[in-house]
Design a protein around this ligand. Sequence first.
Ligand code: UD1
Length: 345
Amino acid sequence: MNFLIPGGAGYIGIHIAFLLLDSGHDVVIIDNFSNSSSESIDDLENLMGRKITFYQSNISDETELNRIFTKHSFDAVIHLAALKSVSESILKPNEYFKNNCNGTSCLLSVMRSFGVKNLIYSSSATVYGIPRYLPIDEKHPLSSNNPYAETKLKIEEELRSISEAEDGWKIVCLRYFNPVGAHESGLIGENPRGIPNNLMPHIVNVANGELPHINIYGNDYDTIDGTGVRDYVHIMDLSESHLLALNYIGLKVINHEDIELSSIAKAGFHIFNIGTGKGCSVLELIRTFEEVNNVKIPYKFASRRPGDVASCYADVHRSAQAFKWIATKGVEEMCSSAWNFKIRS
Ligand code: UD1
């Protein structure tokens, strides 16, 4: 089968592309390199020992999308193309709405005109806002307190409306918790441009000596040790969830515990959390990183980061039930693979 991956040169996309190629499928990647570079495509080519079909383009460029859909036929689209920094979205909301929302609308209209109606959409736990209860299940109320989260919510609404209004769409929306780690080869991994926002890339940069210490944003939360608790999920587990979601919509891309025919998704909009179901604090993550990699991570406590919540972790029963996806890798493997990628790259 052949899959289009907008945003496929980014951290998550490159791992999904790897798994699809490794399972014998083809991929076409579109990326504008806003938070990635052509190096990740080179790295994937080195890992696979073959060329990857790739277009440097925006999903809001309808002419180019039409050209790509004319040239290739796709069984499904795995849509990851988005700007994703909360702080940047507060400073540049227009860019976020234009890029994320308009880009997605453009992609959807091209998909419709070529009759490609299978879509796996990359959403985020950010759509839950401040958790009202834990673990967070998919029925948890939605809210947003920044433009980035608003774009994710708006797109989810558009996807739901389209799937209700038009026949044939099979859309799976995966709400990621906190993806970290890298492929075991150390050849592909997380390589954000500029100063990273997220915790793991910061830890890795401190371990490498690029940063003197890490600021821990808040040590007075109501958590096990006062630092923020999140649901970190290994990138390979998270990537696998996309392949199982494809199985779930009836495109059998990998052999896995069989989904009964009667359980295959009907047309419509289907939402799943993608996490481990377990919380891990900032200090626990730092200590595990130090232990498994035998490095020191100096840290300082700083004030809370605006917009942060104390704890956020997923209820993961729905994906386990629907398409038999369960995260199998622990925090140790997340830390060792993230560091392995850094020292090899
Ligand atoms: C952040 C985004 C979220 C996005 C997610 C994945 C915010 C407020 N939220 O979530 O919308 O979906 O990334 O891209 O930006 N931390 C430190 N020091 C650091 C960096 C982080 O202590 O230098 C702490 C944070 O306070 C938090 C934890 O580490 O407790 C995880 O932070 P991060 O990796 O940024 O993820 P989220 O805050 O969950």
